[in-house]
Design a protein around this ligand. Sequence first.
Ligand SMILES: C[S@@+](CC[C@H](N)C(=O)[O-])C[C@H]1O[C@@H](n2cnc3c(N)ncnc32)[C@H](O)[C@@H]1O
Length: 266
Amino acid sequence: MGYRYDDHDWALIGQLSRQWGLDLTAYKRTQIERRIATFLEREGFVGPAAFVQAVQQDPEVYRRFHSYLTIHVTEFFRDPEYWERFRQAVKSQGGEYWRIWSAGCSWGAEAVSVALLMEDLKLRYEILATDSDDLVLEKARQGEFPAADVDKIPQPYRSYLEAKGHHWAVKSSGSNAIRFVRHNLLTDPLPGEFDAILCRNLLIYFEREIRLQVLSRLSEALKNGGLLFLGATETFLEFADFGFQVVAPSLYQKVSASGRKSSRNS
Ligand SMILES: C[S@@+](CC[C@H](N)C(=O)[O-])C[C@H]1O[C@@H](n2cnc3c(N)ncnc32)[C@H](O)[C@@H]1O
């Protein structure tokens, strides 16, 4: 039988994580505890004390821990029909220049998808792609994408991506750029102000109250008229409280300053 964790153990791991800037209480409890237990077992630590000691001796252990806790599943143009509606909304707004934020970008498929879409629409753009996990960001910066995933990108988008050895890069027509930067959505200062924010398949891992706090922050980081593109299962009913109107499923537009500050008893 495996090691049995008690409250003291979870408190110890929570304290260690907080020291490294990760608040575990923001994430759904049963899910995060299961992943922690699996990680410790996989790495051969019997209980948290040995793990905490190992992190003190070698910070790389913590980087692996953080990377394991966060789920990195992603793909180019994930949920294509949602992307098609996002494309229509971008196209109908047009405009000179788009500042876009891909928050929780994993190894970069989402940021690259939006770049390919903008290339196809002949719109100028800059993309800030952020994640709290250093290890996936390293892959993203290198353009280390699985070839099988690249092969599935539909035309005409695929034609804007070129191979550079074993790496991939967007063939950009101008000074358009993607920057990959480490950023924790829960604790780091907000970058601003954006014409569109993609925050897809990340909110589902947070407890409800944290989810609402993040939505409030995302609203703050958007310009009026800006688009918020969430994951396919991440529709939220409180959109009007945060200054949004619905454009399409999982796609919102900011129409006024966000009024609501979420409260624990809501
Ligand atoms: C399931 S992936 C989603 C990737 C992409 N957005 C998509 O929909 O395909 C969630 C990503 O969010 C990141 N993440 C988790 N907690 C985060 C936080 N507090 N701040 C920023 N990124 C976070 C994870 O490291 C992971 O790469």
